[in-house]
Design a protein around this ligand. Sequence first.
Ligand code: ZN
Ligand code: ZN
Length: 145
Amino acid sequence: MVEINQHIQDINQGDPDDNHPINRSLLQRAIGRRGKSRLCGNLAQFERHVESVETGKKHPLSCRVCGEQCYSICGLCNKPLHFFPNRGKNLGKNCFLEYHNDSFFGLAVEDCKVMNKRKSDWVPLSLAKKKVQKRHIDFLMGEPK
Ligand SMILES: [Zn+2]
Ligand SMILES: [Zn+2]
C-alpha cells in the first residue's frame, strides 16, 4: 500500500523518482556535446519506422532518396528506401536513415517538388550540401548550432 501511494505521489508530482540512478546532471553529462555523444536524441519515433521495414521485395522500386533501384520499403511511410542493402551496387546505402532525418528534409529525390527543382537535376549530395541543409533546418527548428 505504501508503495502504491508512493507511486501515485510520483505521478502527481510529474517528477521522476529521486532514487532513480539516472538524474538530470548525469544525463546532461552523458549527452555532452551532441555529435560526439552516444545519445542521439529521442529515437522512439524513428524506431517505429525501423520496425515497419520490409526488405527482400521481389521487384525493384525507385528509392525516394537517391532514385536508384531498391528492394525495401518503409511500411509506415509506404516508401521505397535503401535500408543498408548487404549486396549489389547500392551496398550499405543509408537512404532510410536520411529520409527520416529532420536535417535531411529537402534533399531527397522526393523533395524536388518542395525545393522547386526538377527530378532530372537531382545529383548525389556532397557532405557540404548536407551540412548547409542541416544548418538551415536547425535554424528553423530553433535549435542551437
Ligand atoms: Zn536510396
Ligand atoms: Zn518511414
